[in-house]
Ligand binder design. Structure first.
Ligand code: AMP
Length: 213
């Protein structure tokens, strides 16, 4: 099963992708996580990406496409994958179609206020990248990852002015992918306005039904 998770920053793609991974035993691949790993390890790619990510803009297509081509070329996805955050532009989608087939594109939607609340309250594990939220998905112990005990941090691109820029970039460069994949007959929509912490089973049921329909 080869799935793309599409949707605005803050809609919850990473959280849903982690659950889809557990249920269908597919690999979740997040371009944002790959970039942050490179930044943490101070690689050449990380050095190129850091300033761009902190400004809320997109890393250039050729860099992102090269990274994903290499990642998907590794033979560690026998049951398929879910892509979280890729493609984010039409040229990326066109490049992807040359090196991988896609079965389904899930377009996650939520109201703007819900998205802002999710983005400003999100906390990410600095060690394993697990995602929490101060209200919607609180960790058992404040500031500490339930999964690995790592420190939870607010990402540097989650400051209010950077969030505004990321949402603008999404509208201009990523939202056109909705029409692109609709035309190919691959798009299905899932609206998730509820808190994940309180409505987890109901939300997952909705997502899994769409995947299996
Ligand atoms: P995310 O964790 O998916 O919100 O991504 C964080 C940041 O990484 C984005 O705001 C971009 O700067 C960069 N990024 C992630 N995915 C892509 C992509 N497919 N193309 C370009 N930049 C990306």
């Amino acid at each position: 099963m080869k799935i793309i998770a599409l949707g605005s920053p803050g809609v919850g793609k990473g959280t849903y992708a982690a659950e889809i991974t557990k249920k269908y035993n597919v690999l979740s691949i997040s371009t944002g996580d790959l970039f942050r790993e490179n930044i943490k390890n101070e690689t050449e790619l990380g050095k190129k990406a850091k300033e761009i990510i902190d400004s809320g803009k997109l890393v250039p297509d050729e860099v992102t496409i090269g990274m994903m081509k290499e990642r998907l070329g590794r033979e560690d996805t026998p049951n398929g994958f879910i892509l979280d955050g890729f493609p984010r532009t039409i040229p990326q989608a066109e490049a992807l179609s040359e090196f991988s087939e896609i079965d389904l594109v899930l377009n996650f939607k939520a109201d703007k206020e819900v998205i802002m609340q999710r983005l400003t309250g999100r906390r990410t594990c600095s060690n394993c990248a697990a995602i929490f939220h101060v209200v919607n998905i609180p960790p058992k112990q404040e500031g500490v990852c339930d999964k690995c005990g790592g420190k939870l941090v607010q990402r540097s691109d989650e400051l209010p002015e950077v969030i505004e820029e990321r949402l603008k970039v999404y509208e201009e460069q990523t939202a056109p992918l909705i029409g692109y994949y609709q035309e190919k007959g691959l798009l299905k929509e899932v609206t998730v306005n509820e808190d994940f912490g309180k409505h987890k089973e109901e939300i997952l049921d909705r997502i899994f039904k769409v995947i299996e329909s």
